[in-house]
Design a protein around this ligand. Structure first.
Ligand code: MTE
Length: 310
């Protein structure tokens, strides 16, 4: 049997247009809430970061094993040798944590780190990171381009540099009780370097929340520069007009310049920068200009004497 006539719908049963849109908004909000529910409580080291998308930032190089990335660290707030940070950085409580984005911006904002990491889609990007000391690693970082944050705070015309400032809290960062560096750790980039699509605001690695010793809960990674430019455990991001003096430049200005671009032709005053040792490997390999990212970044330094601006 076929029903031929469609049932009559009483006008009272037709959803008014406004209510329909309200419902749609409600459903969207509910879907958003469901997505947010994927985010557990406060994320802690080792937890899987949800919703991370893969990108085409891959390399022919083999990945450095997680164990090496997480157990061979420079993080002077937790000691000056490579092995101590992985043993002692557990004392760093990374929640609650806020990041103040301030200075020469139209929309300064104090972010809770769990809101900050939802600002833009999280991506996995495989980057080389080369330390000025001559070792390097290849890491699947998780984060999003720093430019995503910068666009939202709207730098003023006076913003020429971006400074990154690490937490200062000697109770949580015992290395700060020593005067080996001038605390808190500070680093900075030119605004165009900070806006470059390769510059990443990083919350994780190997798909998981950053281990504390790698700079939890949030750090930057600037793959064409020596590792010391990639400040860890950031609490302030400041937009300024004058070029800031970074921690390592203040400590030894003749050895650590503002630019710190990886450059095999410009030696450190005390050692050659021509080669590097990949963590986990025995033989050294040649260091690449701009750490292999010359095609993407060399134009930022066109006409500059890279021996002078090291
Ligand atoms: N950030 C802070 N706050 N303190 C540090 O001592 N060391 C830098 C950089 N960021 C450092 C820092 C140096 S010298 C390097 S090589 C990288 O962090 C090392 O990052 P990794 O431990 O994740 O390899």
């Amino acid at each position: 049997m076929r029903k031929t006539s469609s049932p009559r719908i009483a006008p009272s049963e037709i959803t008014p247009r406004d209510l329909y849109h309200d419902r749609r908004r409600f459903m969207q909000a509910a879907a958003g809430a469901a997505a947010a529910a994927l985010w557990p409580h406060w994320l802690s080291a080792g937890e899987k970061l949800p919703g991370v998308r893969k990108t085409d930032h891959v390399l022919p190089d083999a990945l450095t094993p997680f164990e090496d990335v997480a157990h061979y660290n420079n993080f002077y707030e937790f000691g000056t040798d490579k092995e101590t940070p992985s043993r002692t950085a557990g004392s760093l409580k990374t929640r609650p944590w806020t990041v103040s984005v301030e200075g020469e911006v139209q929309k300064p904002k104090l972010f809770d780190v769990d809101d900050l990491l939802k600002l833009a889609p999280l991506e996995e990007r495989i980057y080389r990171l080369r330390c000025v000391e001559g070792w390097s690693m290849v890491v699947p970082w998780v984060g999003f381009p720093l430019a995503e944050l910068i666009k939202r705070v709207e730098p003023t015309g006076n913003a020429k540099f971006v400074e990154f400032i690490t937490l200062y809290d000697p109770a949580r960062m015992p290395g700060q009780k020593s005067s080996v560096l001038d605390w808190p750790y500070r680093e900075a980039l030119r605004l165009d370097e900070a806006m470059h699509p390769l510059t990443l605001l990083v919350f994780g690695l190997y798909g998981e929340v950053l281990p504390n010793q790698n700079g939890a809960p949030v750090r930057v990674v600037v793959p064409w520069k020596y590792g010391f430019k990639s400040a860890k455990s950031i609490v302030r991001i400041r937009f300024v007009e004058q070029q800031p003096v970074s921690t390592w430049t203040r400590a030894v200005p003749s050895e650590y310049g503002f630019y710190a671009n990886v450059n095999p032709q410009v030696d450190h005053p005390r050692w050659s920068q021509a080669k590097e040792r990949r963590l986990g490997e025995f033989f050294k390999r040649p260091t690449l200009m701009f750490n292999g990212y010359a095609e993407q970044v060399a134009h930022l330094y066109a006409g500059m004497d890279l021996k002078k601006f090291f």
